[in-house]
Design a protein around this ligand. Structure first.
Ligand SMILES: [Fe+2]
Length: 183
C-alpha cells in the first residue's frame, strides 16, 4: 500500500519553518541516494516505493527534540528522534516505516551501546534488520544536517572518519554495509 509521506510531514510541521526545510531537503537527499543504492542491488529485490517513503520520513522525530540550530524546540535529547519517530509513525499506522526511524541512528544501536553510553532511549536492539532499513541507514551517513550543506554528499573517507569516532564496532558495522552496497 502506498503512503504519502508529505501528508504526514505537513500534519506535524509548519511549511516555511526551518525544521520543515531541514526534513524535506535532508529527506530528499537520503531518498535519492537510497534509491540509487537500491537500484544497484536490484537482484536483492528492494522495495523502492517503501524506500522512498521511509527515507522521506526517517527523521520525522527531530521536531520533538531540543536542537534550535535545526529549528527543533522540543524537550527531548536529539538521540531520541529515532524512537520518537517510530512511535509517531506507529500512531499513523506505519509500523514498518517507524522501524526505519528507530534503526537508522548511528549505524544502528545495540542494547549494549545504549547501556554503555547511558543513552536516554528505550533499551532494545535498534540495528537495521531488513534490506530497506540497511539501505536508508547507510545512505543517511553520507549527509550532514548543516543547514548550508543539506544536499552535499560526503566522500566515503570522510564518512569513515566520522564513524570511526563513534567506535570500532560502529565502523565494522558500517564497513559491512559498505561492502554490501558497493559491489
Ligand atoms: Fe537522517
Amino acid at each position: 500500500m502506498r503512503t504519502d509521506p508529505f501528508s504526514i510531514i505537513n500534519k506535524y510541521l509548519d511549511k516555511g519553518s526551518l525544521v520543515y526545510r531541514v526534513l524535506m531537503e535532508h529527506g530528499r537527499a537520503v531518498a535519492d541516494k537510497s534509491l540509487l543504492i537500491a537500484r544497484s542491488v536490484a537482484d536483492l529485490h528492494p522495495d523502492l516505493t517503501f524506500i522512498e517513503e521511509a527515507a522521506m520520513l526517517h527523521d520525522i522525530g527531530i521536531f520533538m527534540t531540543r536542537e534550535p540550530r535545526l529549528g527543533c524546540n522540543g524537550d527531548k535529547d536529539y538521540i531520541c528522534h529515532g524512537y520518537l519517530g517510530r512511535e509517531l509513525l506507529e500512531q499513523e499506522g506505519l509500523p514498518a516505516h517507524g522501524l526505519v526511524c528507530e534503526r537508522h541512528v548511528g549505524v544502528g544501536l545495540t542494547v549494549r551501546d545504549i547501556e554503555r553510553q547511558n543513552l536516554p532511549i528505550p533499551r532494545r536492539e535498534m540495528l537495521p534488520v531488513t534490506l530497506e532499513e540497511k539501505i536508508i541507514c547507510y545512505a543517511d551517513k553520507f549527509f550532514s544536517k548543516r543547514i548550508e550543506a543539506l544536499r552535499e554528499e560526503k566522500g566515503i573517507e570522510e564518512v569513515r572518519r566520522r564513524i570511526a569516532g563513534y567506535g570500532q564496532d560502529d565502523l565494522e558495522r558500517f564497513e559491512r554495509l559498505h561492502a554490501l552496497f558497493s559491489r
